[in-house]
Design a protein. Structure first.
Length: 92
């Protein structure tokens, strides 16, 4: 299966609610690599690399159990990776 990179921006009450730690836990359990970070505008951004089916499962898990967060909107764009991530990290 081809590896893709997906950029997701989660909008809503998503900072300070353990969303990033939940995302990392789910990504690690699915062997998805990438990064997640808070944005200055109050959103959370995730770059995830894996096959499309696994990435979709990751998104479904995040939306089902977002920590104490309340995700109101999700923006998703898919790319061909230009840099390969070796693991999944939370960027502070």
């Amino acid at each position: 299966m081809a590896i893709v990179e997906v950029r997701i921006v989660f909008k809503g009450n998503v900072q300070g609610v353990f969303l990033r730690s939940h995302i990392k836990k789910f990504a690690d359990s699915l062997n998805v690599n990438g990064v997640v970070k808070n944005l200055e505008n109050g959103n959370v951004e995730m770059l995830a690399q894996g096959d499309e089916k696994t990435i979709q499962k990751l998104i479904e898990l995040i939306l089902k159990k977002p920590g104490f967060g309340d995700i109101k909107e999700v923006e998703k764009k898919t790319y061909i990776p230009t840099k390969i991530f070796e693991d999944f990290q939370i960027i502070r």
